[in-house]
Design a protein around this ligand. Structure first.
Ligand SMILES: CC(C)(COP(=O)(O)OP(=O)(O)OC[C@H]1O[C@@H](n2cnc3c(N)ncnc32)[C@H](O)[C@@H]1OP(=O)(O)O)[C@@H](O)C(=O)NCCC(=O)NCCS
Length: 196
């Protein structure tokens, strides 16, 4: 039975495996859902010192914008078969704090179709204490991920077209957890429609 663990001080040796896992899995998506430029940008920060630092800080990396990044691993024995990277941030609208959102940055599983992605997503939903909404972005062409997210109750919110470097527009999906999360989803959806 696979287990979900934090990339923390006790597992700092996994930083190397995580770096290799990202490189392997993101490279597979090059030209499929993401342009070479998008993959390059994403991999440029996910280097060994990045994950080592995250582990050293106890699976907590604070950005200058005060968002907090965490990485969770799925292990089968000692083998890494899945990674989930999330960032927590406070949405701020006109200076008013609108609640804490947990943004799913990357969900990666290998081999595919064995339930690892579902396991990571279910765990994220079950552990959404203190969070108003779970948010994720997915490439419009990524049918497998979109199907998985919708089946877990994530709702379409808006489309981000990106620039000429984007291979496909990015769709934002939201799973509201609290009333504030639901209100924020409705407001974001409305303002996205108005700006079309
Ligand atoms: C998206 C991803 C994380 C899903 O993980 P996974 O472990 O393969 O997913 P699961 O085995 O839990 O399956 C979840 C759903 O995915 C879909 N799926 C899984 N394998 C599939 C396959 N071979 N073909 C088509 N759909 C498939 C199904 O909808 C499945 O639901 P089901 O249980 O009703 O069949 C994984 O495919 C992946 O790493 N993809 C590359 C990276 C990526 O696209 N990440 C998401 C962007 S952030």
């Amino acid at each position: 039975m696979p287990t979900i663990v934090r990339l923390d001080r006790h597992r700092k040796d996994f930083a190397l495996d995580v770096t290799a896992f990202y490189r392997q899995e993101l490279t597979k998506l090059k030209g499929v859902h993401y342009s070479p430029e998008q993959i390059r940008t994403s991999l440029a920060i996910r280097v060994l010192p990045y994950f080592q630092e995250l582990a050293r800080q106890g699976n907590r990396k604070v950005t200058p914008q005060n968002s907090v990044t965490r990485v969770h691993l799925v292990l089968e024995g000692e083998q890494l078969i899945g990674v989930r990277e999330t960032t927590d941030y406070v949405m701020d609208q006109d200076g008013e704090a609108m609640g804490l959102s947990r943004h799913l940055v990357w969900l990666l599983a290998e081999p595919k179709g064995r339930g690892t992605g579902t396991l990571l997503l279910d765990d994220m939903i079950q552990n959404a204490d203190g969070v108003d909404a779970l948010v994720l972005s997915v490439a419009g062409k990524n049918r497998r991920a979109k199907k998985l997210y919708s089946s877990k109750g994530f709702e379409y919110c808006l489309t981000f077209k990106g620039d000429s470097n984007y291979l496909s527009p990015m769709l934002t999906f939201v799973l509201p957890i609290t009333d504030l999360g639901r209100r924020t989803l409705l407001r974001e959806r409305k303002s996205a429609k108005l700006s079309v």
